[in-house]
Ligand binder design. Structure first.
Ligand code: CA
Length: 227
């Protein structure tokens, strides 16, 4: 699992990235907000650890910018300030958790494990949402144990959405994932693939968020099984 650490204190950044690497995480360190935002795209992390006091911009601005760009990965805020106001404003800006400096390394690792667990489906080989099951070891999708035949691209789009259930993925994010996973990038066809994919899935399984992208909701999907 990839973690982006945006922290300007190089001693701390080094210690944290070493501890996280020991836990099996791939860590990228960015020393300021601007390079952090760039790495959020380049490195494509699954978790972000963000220091609030950065040399070039407030960490909160980094977070706001990423959320505006629909980068919805879990974010753990690190800050020297520990007031209720800071905590609330960090959470209001879209942070998932908050840790005041100085903190214990074991505490940080425990919090990261919670975020990683919450990501849950991303680490599993089999994901079930409602009546749809995706077996990523076998590259297979089933509806109520009946295999459905998907093209490679349809399968990869379904995988991207099911692994990120309850997150909205933009067409650009889906394209990037397809590019990571497979051979060529054929842009402008995401809509076509999604439309074909939908015909093979339960009604409304993939929701369109107009002007933003697509999502599969855990709960909405669970209701389908009752129909
Ligand atoms: Ca700092």
């Amino acid at each position: 699992m990839k973690i982006l650490l945006i922290e300007d204190d190089s001693m701390l950044a080094q210690a944290l990235s070493k501890a996280m690497a020991n836990e099996g995480f791939r860590v990228c360190v960015a020393p300021d907000g601007k390079s952090g935002i760039n790495q959020a795209y380049e490195f494509d992390p699954e978790i972000l650890i963000l220091d609030l006091g950065l040399p070039d911009m407030e960490g909160i601005k980094v977070l706001e910018r990423l959320r505006q760009d629909n980068i919805n990965i879990p974010v753990l805020i690190l800050t020297a300030r520990d007031t209720v106001y800071d905590k609330v404003s960090a959470l209001d800006s879209g942070a998932d958790d908050y840790l005041a400096k100085p903190f214990d390394m074991l505490e940080l690792l425990a919090r990261i494990r919670v975020l990683a667990r919450r990501l849950g489906t991303a680490a599993k080989n089999v994901v079930t949402i409602g009546s749809v099951t995706l077996d990523m070891a076998a590259n297979m999708a089933n509806i109520n144990d009946q295999r459905i035949i998907l093209t490679r691209k349809e399968y990869l789009i379904l995988q991207a959405l099911m692994q990120n259930a309850d997150r909205v993925l933009t067409k650009e994010m889906i394209e990037r994932k397809l590019y990571d996973w497979s051979e060529e990038l054929s842009s402008n066809t995401i809509e076509v693939h999604v439309s074909n994919l939908r015909k093979k899935l339960p009604n409304d399984f993939i929701k369109t968020i107009r002007g933003v992208g697509y999502t599969i909701e855990m709960n909405q999907a669970a209701d389908l099984t009752k129909q």
